[in-house]
Design a protein around this ligand. Structure first.
Ligand code: AMP
Length: 273
């Protein structure tokens, strides 16, 4: 595995590459969720590039940028064992310039749900993802359904800016007890870890109600809120897969989305119905 930290080195390596290239963008502190994307990329491409970059532009000033978990050594091992060809770990200075065009995510999509509590977050996400696409020119790029709104906005960017990359969506990887894997789970105390199960339980209860025939979106949202009553809930929403509020649930065109605080830690989870 080649480890590169500069754009110059990455560009030189990229020039040599032939065949399909799979890119897995991450912020590190790798877990099995990331690993499942890397494994999928390994199967489907001749070359696998993983990027690890804690992207400052997607954090709001009051967020956890400086304390976001960084586990470089462990991440190197994970990538080596997973057969990654190129690991790109740039510094902020490599990726950003003092003066550069700003990318803005579409307003209607980026100021709801995640965007409502984190205005500007998706501008930063799209900005870094676009840079990574230009640097690596991947055939396939892998993103988790765990960040459903991010995935949708990236798919929208690829479609509307006519980018030549195929976006592959990876299923959400969970602990045995249902907790969706997240680098931010590292912030949870033992007690909080148990409280955090409320998110996946809420999704399960909602999906069971839907399976029994409930189609009223508002009623399903109330079922989720009931399961989340011990947490500070940011949102518990039932939306169509293109992120539009609908009164009625349509099977195969619905996402249940939750963001809630467990202590100081903001967790996300979702379920595709
Ligand atoms: P992050 O390092 O949090 O930016 O995540 C990098 C990629 O891994 C994103 O595309 C995430 O959606 C994806 N990811 C994070 N957690 C999971 C999970 N539990 N299951 C599947 N993919 C995930």
């Amino acid at each position: 595995m080649k480890i590169v930290s500069t754009v110059k080195e990455l560009t030189a390596l990229r020039e040599e590459l032939k065949g399909n290239i799979g890119l897995v963008p991450t912020m590190g502190a790798l877990h099995n969720g990331h690993l499942s994307l890397i494994r999928q990329a390994r199967i489907q491409n001749d070359t696998v590039i993983v990027s690890i970059f804690v992207n400052p532009t997607q954090f709001l000033p009051n967020e956890d940028y400086s304390k976001y978990p960084r586990r470089e050594e462990a991440d190197l091992k994970v990538c080596t064992l997973a057969g990654v060809d190129i690991l790109f770990m740039p510094t902020v200075e490599e990726m950003y310039f003092g003066t550069e065009p700003e990318i803005a995510a579409p307003k209607n999509l980026s100021y709801i749900l995640e965007g409502e509590s984190r205005p500007g977050h998706f501008d930063g996400v799209l900005r870094v993802v676009l840079k990574l696409f230009h640097l690596t020119r991947p055939t396939n790029a892998y993103f988790g359904k765990k960040d459903a709104q991010q995935l949708y906005l990236i798919q929208n960017m690829v479609k509307t800016l006519f980018l030549h990359v195929n976006i592959v969506a990876g299923d959400i990887i969970r602990e045995n007890d249902g907790l969706a894997l997240s680098s931010r789970n590292a912030y949870l105390s033992e007690k909080e870890r148990i409280k955090a199960l409320a998110l996946s339980i809420a999704l399960k209860n909602a999906s069971q109600a839907i399976m029994k025939g409930e189609r009223d979106a508002k009623k399903v949202e109330l079922i989720m809120l009931e399961s989340l009553k011990d947490l500070r809930v940011d949102y518990a929403k039932v939306l169509s897969r293109d992120f539009v509020c609908k009164e009625q649930i349509v099977i195969k065109d619905t996402i249940l989305l939750i963001a809630a605080y467990v202590g100081q830690t903001r967790l996300l989870d979702n379920l595709w119905i």
